[in-house]
Design a protein around this ligand. Sequence first.
Ligand code: 5GP
Ligand code: ZN
Length: 116
Amino acid sequence: MSETSPDCLFCRIVGGDVPADVVAESEHSLAFRDIEPQAPTHCLVIPRRHVATVGELADHPDELTDAVVLAAAVAAQEGLDDGYRLVANTGARAHQTVFHAHLHVLGGRDMTWPPG
Ligand code: 5GP
Ligand code: ZN
């Protein structure tokens, strides 16, 4: 698979064609605020490379690690010292709606369990 996909929304954000409120960047990853936040802090961390799911990102361990490290940095930057939730909806049944792998960083409020 090529590293970007022209029809993919998040590839277009990586390429700068679609604007995003970028909060952090690293060699392999980009972090920006979710357009429809589900918590006071809600950021998305994505690999620059186009892969559909976090499961497929496991084939690229350096990039998977880079995304998790950037997610932790975003949580620290956002002051989420008392906890945050890292979510990777994987597949349509788990409510993945954008098929470019991403981690949600959610925080700033009490979380409940089990998730919906
Ligand atoms: P998923 O449901 O695939 O786990 O998460 C996709 C996320 O992308 C959703 O939380 C949704 O609000 C967010 N999203 C969809 N379109 C855009 C967009 O154009 N810009 C930004 N910043 N977030 C988006
Ligand atoms: Zn993509």
